[in-house]
Design a protein around this ligand. Sequence first.
Ligand SMILES: Cc1cc2nc3c(=O)[nH]c(=O)nc-3n(C[C@H](O)[C@H](O)[C@H](O)COP(=O)(O)O)c2cc1C
Length: 376
Amino acid sequence: MRTDLSDSFGIDFGLFAFNYMPDVVIEVCKAGGLGVLGAVRFTPAELKEALDYIEAGVGGRPYGVDVVMPMKTEAKAGMDVDSMQEMLQGMIPQEHKDFVESVLEKYDVPKLPEGRHQQGRGLLSWNDTEAREQVAISLERKQVKLIVNALGPPPKDVVDEAHSGGVRVAALCGRLDHAMKQVANGVDIIVAQGTEAGGHSGDIATMILVPEIVEALSSTPVLAAGGIGSGRQAAAAYALGAQGVWTGSMWLNTVECGQSDIMQKKFHEARSQDAVRSRAYTGKMARQLRTDWTEAWDSPDNPDPLGMPLQYMLCSEALERIRLAGREELMGTPIGQLVGSFKETRTVAETVATLLADYEKTVSALPRLSSKELLS
Ligand SMILES: Cc1cc2nc3c(=O)[nH]c(=O)nc-3n(C[C@H](O)[C@H](O)[C@H](O)COP(=O)(O)O)c2cc1C
């Protein structure tokens, strides 16, 4: 799995791992891949702390940070965060608030305990102001070698700033025309993410998207994403022309990700078709575990989900209440179709070792399929 791209990062092979738990990032880096911290849930102060923690754990190895600068959002660029929150809160219709309460009542979900505040902020860092702050914090770190952005081309000045510090920029995209725009904006690496993927996803499959982008953008390295969690799948991604794999869902099934017992059980029971695309979570189409919560939002009889970031602002406290109460039917997470293949929860080190061994086995069996071999 070693490629020119992995060599250029000084990592052992082209395994790029997205996760929001610093321990997962550390363990992936230690195993020879590039861990990338999903920063969207962190305040600037929390992000600094998380980066300190990662650097204490990775021993000089490179790592990356993923921010989300959505192109289409109600959050306005340049506004201070408190005024933005207030303005956005005012845009949430009462009908939607009542609907959320009615679902919680139906499942008998108690209020947050006295004195307990909602974990995380409803707005997250899905706004230009905070995402820029996160980029600035990340670029202060020498070991951050990659900034990744989702949901549209990162602003040109952000790309230029990263480049001036010798940091490369990657961007997720689910369509060829989006990938072309990213490259025109100066992005160095395209993450071609198929519909199988967990989180925000388009509707083109990895098998179609990766070669389409690889062939169109011959001088830009491409990471394949969406449905990659085994050596076989990684080998297929390389056959499609990728220079590495970008992975997300597989890390949810690791010890270091710290999922609750309920969520681990749900993962192990889920089938591929239980990872559905829905607007229930963020207002944009995102693949996630099908739950009674997604079913409620997807029903034509109920209000349509709001746009981003209003939908998550509306629902984040409800989701926290559901989590604390352990209401299994309503508990979900973004996750890809890969969930259907999840077996027991393992450490990151075991997960990487299994993927590499499986990759070697797959690739070493391939020469038998070459026409030369078949003819001899
Ligand atoms: C729980 C979860 C949260 C995600 N959040 C983000 C995010 O904040 N930013 C981002 O760029 N991608 C996010 N993604 C998408 C991943 O970066 C990655 O592209 C995707 O998981 C790859 O497909 P896979 O899930 O089949 O491995 C998320 C994915 C998951 C599973």
